[in-house]
Design a protein around this ligand. Sequence first.
Ligand SMILES: Cc1cc2nc3c(=O)[nH]c(=O)nc-3n(C[C@H](O)[C@H](O)[C@H](O)COP(=O)(O)OP(=O)(O)OC[C@H]3O[C@@H](n4cnc5c(N)ncnc54)[C@H](O)[C@@H]3O)c2cc1C
Length: 452
Amino acid sequence: MKIDKSLFHPDYKPEPYWWEAARPGTEHAADLPAVTEIFIVGSGYAGLSAALELARQGRDVTVVDALAFGEGASSRNGGGVSAGINLGKGISGTPGQSERGEDHNRMVEGLLGESLAAYQLVQTLIEREGIECHFERRGRFVGAYSKAHLPGLVEKAAFLNRLLDLDASVISREQQRSEIGSDFYHGGLVINRAGKLHPSLFHKGLLDACHRAGVTLCAHTQVLAIEGALGGFTIKTKGQATGGDCRAEQVIIATNAYTGALTPKLRNRLVPISSQIIVTEALPEDLARELIPNGRTISETPRVTSYYRLLPGDRRVMYGGRARFHDVPPEVSATVLHAMMTERWPQLKGARITHSWSGLVAMTTDALPHMGKEDGLHYCIGCNGSGVAMMTYLGQQVARRILQDDRTDSGYGELAFPGVPVPFYRGKPWFLRVVGEYYRYLDRKDRRATGG
Ligand SMILES: Cc1cc2nc3c(=O)[nH]c(=O)nc-3n(C[C@H](O)[C@H](O)[C@H](O)COP(=O)(O)OP(=O)(O)OC[C@H]3O[C@@H](n4cnc5c(N)ncnc54)[C@H](O)[C@@H]3O)c2cc1C
């Protein structure tokens, strides 16, 4: 693909914009201890949230990460914080819901209730730990990509209000300029109970809180193998500065889309997908205000979706989505995302890109996140692209399961966790390019069928 250099600002960087404020690093890093009570693999939101809950109850906890702290998805995401709206496509207010029986509906209500608890947990942690991360409760707008999607949003609004009290309503295409400076959508869903934050500052706040609570934190320490059984694990690691063996009574796997050969049974139930983001230079104030007048996060209804927002300060746009379904240089994905952005906002044709990056999200077959126990190892994985609140919550729930002698109050710990139904699948989604482009084709067809 030909790269148009004029799209890029002279100060362009192929790394997350968020790292300007908080770069993943090794602050608070310690040497790997020989013995710990609970060993956590992964220093993203899930691992740190679990560690914090356990350490606050007086447990001896060690968190390790193969990379710098938070260098996985937790310092790369879009920072949208929501309750329920993104939960499994099979449960979240889809037609047919009411015909699936009482037990199913009770389970759905429980899971959705927990998604609201997840949203509230983020607020609680921010307040309790004094985390300064630009958390703003300004709501979300979900644009109808095709006219045919609007009735589904009306149904969804009723469902979300009934079960979660999300203060959701649907607006028409004629009304949508009150939410977005664009005529691209056929109306959409406005959800008042949703928010946004600065992802790597939120992560840094959790890391600092873990340090204060006495968690041992080890960066650049890759776990190679876990031997033994519950009550007596030996964890084998390789590290830049620190490494070797550590013995632990319990282990939590919090590796989400970065789950690898360490836990093949978990890896084989996840499809890691790259999600890419660009950020624009600061825009004139009145232009930026016109783009998203109420400062909401924006998402949309097609199978292959984009998500976007204004950054703290309300002058720059962050635009994220699936530019490509295979690895490409950040300048290629940036060029594609810029075209997608200007399709929605033609007024941004001249806005130059200052940052572009990608990260991995973990999809599951049932589009739900999961927590549980496999071969004696606790885990919480499978964010499906929406884990700021949910993975923070599931980390806490895994910790509570350990504190409550293996009992869990969470419905996510009760769900069956299906594998990816592709023969010989080993965590490398070779089929993604074909499936992804097919979905994109179906999206375009849906849109054309109702007049673009
Ligand atoms: C581009 C992008 C945009 C997103 N936007 C949003 C959004 O707007 N809203 C939202 O809610 N969610 C969003 N998400 C999802 C969200 O970022 C994730 O769900 C969340 O960060 C997952 O946190 P985690 O702790 O489970 O995993 P991660 O933060 O990914 O951490 C897992 C860690 O495990 C480590 N690890 C793996 N294997 C090993 C090993 N063997 N030894 C040691 N360490 C290991 C990795 O190095 C990694 O740091 C987005 C994700 C991406 C990538």
